[in-house]
Design a protein around this ligand. Structure first.
Ligand code: GLC
Length: 750
């Protein structure tokens, strides 16, 4: 505040300085009786010049991390000139405190910066990738992961995370399927809400919360051919039924910001889409936070071919309702001129700035700009033991047991010898997955280390790489086969490298890359129990290794504590409870494939040539949505209902009895699906409408009940009205989406 005193002193001799410099800073920072946030925003805005307002609509990356195609050298100069109001990719308490000092002490109005970062699945303590967290179907666990991420990130000077990514994705070729919650709307909605709760807590002013960002708005996951940044061409029905709901769920949970996506929709890039931003988000949904674009996505509207130059792109974005330009410097370079030419109104600018300042006030940044930059809190928070334990717990819960013939798993810790094979068994970096923020590989515990720490001193654990993840040759097979032939059990860690999914990481082939398939085939020829540990960021096509392995555990990228968590599951210290949030196809030719497809007019009939099927592969996936095994077994009764007909104001209760008929205590995710048999438009063959997780000891059984109302049965009818239609519905309750036993109910007109 030294500057304020200097201006006060100088103002005595040069009144203009008092008016221009000192008064503004005192005005909105005055310790006058607390005003509402809207009044405080007014008090700032009336002092701001147009250039300062455009500065609040500008977000630049620091040079501490690279998350896109362009960098800026002089962002510190921009801060000093008041020409940027937000910085991303800058973190740690000390560094952000210094940048904040420049903004608060060295600019005319001292408006604090907001610091953003991609804290997707952890800041320093890294949790499983988001697709893995979703596989837990455990909303408390997912919220906890976001909570810990917020505690660590907010201790490191950050205010804003570019998460949750809520894009529905049904195409495993798309690398960013790894960042979301999979293929289903109901599960995606629940995950979006849990993550917003975790990040934002119940008070954005608290120094252990972050304002969240629902991204990428919208339908980015529908990129044609799974190729990142590719064209999206879907119907309004598909947009509203499939891709928008998780964004609305995030908004209903109070998410403070949205990020527009790179893709076009209905021929207009999302960052220039008045339909998406002004009509749906700001008007229909009454969103009052702010909307930031994705990285230079305004500039990219020139390449999209909807504007002639960047200035026009800025006008299209601003008039569509974009409030902040990420890294494009388009508002920075051209918006003042556009306003002077009356191509963008001052009201539009003020609306955007108001939204940005509102979040900054809600974060408490005007009360204490340095509140999130406390070095001592940072040291206490990062990698705290309770955070590492939480990461291990969420990782265990994220793992999906795909196969377990002859109860190969769990393994005994007293085994005489274990051969650990594969390029991912010793990797620490790959456990982090994509978007691992400030997570360091050296902080990760590898699978090999986790296994060695878990077994008894009598167990010999041998290791050979066998081959690389991708490329390389088969010269490592021989030593791998040698140790494998000497062992009681073979554990092979295979999959993809961490950077083979995430942004700009689409694959046209979703097989195990490199020589890994050949390695598994060779190992399977030894006749030893063969356990596959999969590390991957997308569904892979695994039909061959599914045949060759005795057991298969999907671990995604399990994070900082991945090794111990995998060991916990392999040795039975945790009975795997994960269920797939996304379908695993038999091959990429089946894509897109998801459980809730339409029946078509010629549903598959193996005995009828002229029905919807392939000549060379079944229609069914290798593993369906919702699938996952346990070390125990669960038996379901047929579902029953308390009434077989019900009116639109009534509730129908559907019950099922679940019994643990195995030898282990286990957690079961009981899933409820509906099928609308006849609608004014075609309806999916199944839709997830509920799930409950129960823990049963061996022999224990429990009744599980779901209460359905007409709200669970609504959809967009032929006239695109969100409504219900009377008629018959099949209700399924079971362990995955391929469940067949159903009970039929009838919804009456009234
Ligand atoms: C990237 C990503 C987006 C991320 C942003 C900032 O291009 O698309 O998810 O939040 O840039 O790093």
């Amino acid at each position: 505040m030294v500057k304020h005193r200097l201006y006060a002193f100088l103002g005595l001799f040069f009144p203009v300085l008092f008016i221009q410099q000192w008064l503004p800073m005192r005005e909105y920072n005055s310790p006058a009786p607390p005003k509402t946030i809207e009044e405080r925003i007014d008090s700032v805005m009336k002092l701001m010049t147009l250039e300062e307002k455009i500065g609040q609509m500008t977000l630049f990356t620091s040079d501490w991390d690279v998350t896109g195609p362009t960098m800026r050298a002089n962002y510190k100069e921009d801060i000093k000139k008041g020409k940027v109001g937000a910085i991303f990719n800058a973190h740690t308490a000390a560094y952000n405190r210094e940048l904040q000092r420049v903004a608060v002490e060295e600019t005319r109005l001292g408006i604090p910066l907001i610091f953003g970062y991609d804290v997707i699945h952890g800041y320093k303590t890294i949790f499983p990738i988001s697709l893995g967290e979703a596989a837990s179907w455990d909303l408390e666990a997912v919220e906890k992961a976001a909570r810990v991420a917020a505690i660590e990130a907010s201790a490191a000077g950050l205010h804003w995370t570019f998460a949750p990514m809520v894009d529905i994705s049904r195409d495993p070729r798309w690398g960013r399927i790894s960042e979301g919650a999979g293929e289903d709307v109901f599960l995606g909605n629940a995950m979006a809400r849990a993550r917003v709760r975790g990040f934002q807590g119940d008070d954005l002013k608290a120094t252990n919360t972050l304002v969240a960002c629902a991204k990428h708005y919208a339908a980015y996951g529908a990129a044609q051919a799974g190729r990142d940044y590719h064209t999206v061409d879907i119907s309004e029905r598909t947009l509203r039924e499939t891709y928008l709901p998780p964004f609305k769920a995030a908004l209903d949970e109070g998410v403070g910001t949205f990020m527009t996506s790179f893709n076009e929709l209905f021929g207009v890039p999302a960052s220039g889409s008045e339909l998406l931003i002004d009509q749906i988000l700001k008007t229909e949904w009454n969103f009052n936070g702010f909307i930031v674009t994705d990285y230079t996505s305004i500039n990219e509207m020139v390449d999209h071919g909807v504007v002639a130059d960047e200035k026009e792109a800025g006008e299209l974005a601003a008039n569509a309702g974009v409030d902040m330009d990420m890294q494009g410097a388009v508002f920075y370079n051209y918006l003042a001129q556009s306003v002077k030419e009356k191509k963008v109104s001052k009201q539009q600018i003020d609306e955007a700035v108001r939204r940005v300042l509102r979040i900054k006030f809600q974060l408490g940044l005007f009360d204490d700009p340095y509140r999130y930059s406390d070095v001592s809190r940072q040291e206490a928070a990062l990698l705290a033991p309770e955070h590492l334990e939480a990461a291990r717990d969420v990782a265990r819960k994220s793992m999906v047991l795909l196969k377990n013939d002859r109860q190969t798993l769990p393994l005994s810790k007293e085994l005489k010898s274990i051969a650990v094979i594969g390029p991912l068994a010793t990797s620490q970096a790959d456990l982090l997955g994509s978007w691992h923020a400030a997570g360091f590989a050296e902080d990760c515990v590898s699978l090999l280390s986790g296994l060695k720490d878990a077994v008894s001193s009598n167990t010999s654990v041998m290791y050979a790489k066998g081959c690389d993840v991708i490329g390389g040759d088969q010269s490592g097979f021989a030593p791998a086969l040698t140790i494998a032939s000497q062992a009681d059990v073979i554990i092979a860690a295979v999959g993809e490298g961490w950077d083979m999914s995430g942004e700009a990481a689409s694959r046209s082939n979703i097989d195990l890359p490199g020589h890994q398939k050949a390695l598994i085939k060779a190992l399977s020829g030894l006749g030893k129990p063969l356990v596959l540990v999969l590390m991957n960021g997308r569904p892979l096509a695994l039909p061959e290794v599914h045949q060759q392995a005795d057991a298969m555990l999907e671990t995604w990228y399990a994070g900082t504590m991945g090794g111990p968590a995998i060991a916990d599951v392999l040795f039975g210290d945790y009975n795997p409870s994960g269920r797939l949030p996304v379908t695993f196809p038999r091959n990429v030719g089946q894509v897109p494939i998801h459980y809730n497809m339409k029946n078509t007019g010629r549903p598959m009939d193996p005995n009828d040539k002229y029905t919807s099927k392939y000549l060379d592969v079944e229609n069914t996936p290798l593993y369906p949505f919702g699938y996952g095994l346990s070390y125990t077994q669960f038996e379901y009764s047929d579902p029953t209902v308390n009434k077989s007909t019900f009116g639109p104001t009534e509730t129908v209760s559907v019950e099922v009895n679940v019994k643990n008929t195995g030898q282990y205590e286990g957690k079961e995710t009981v899933q409820l699906y509906i099928r609308d048999l006849v609608g004014s438009v075609t309806r999916p063959v199944k839709e997830l409408k509920g799930f409950q997780q129960i823990v049963l000891t061996p022999g224990q059984s429990r009744s599980v009940r779901f209460d359905l109302t007409v709200e669970d049965l609504k959809f967009y009818n032929r006239d695109m009205e969100w409504t219900y239609e009377p008629g018959e519905f099949d209700i399924f309750i079971g362990p995955h989406s391929a469940v067949t036993n159903a009970v039929r109910v009838k919804l009456l007109k009234k």
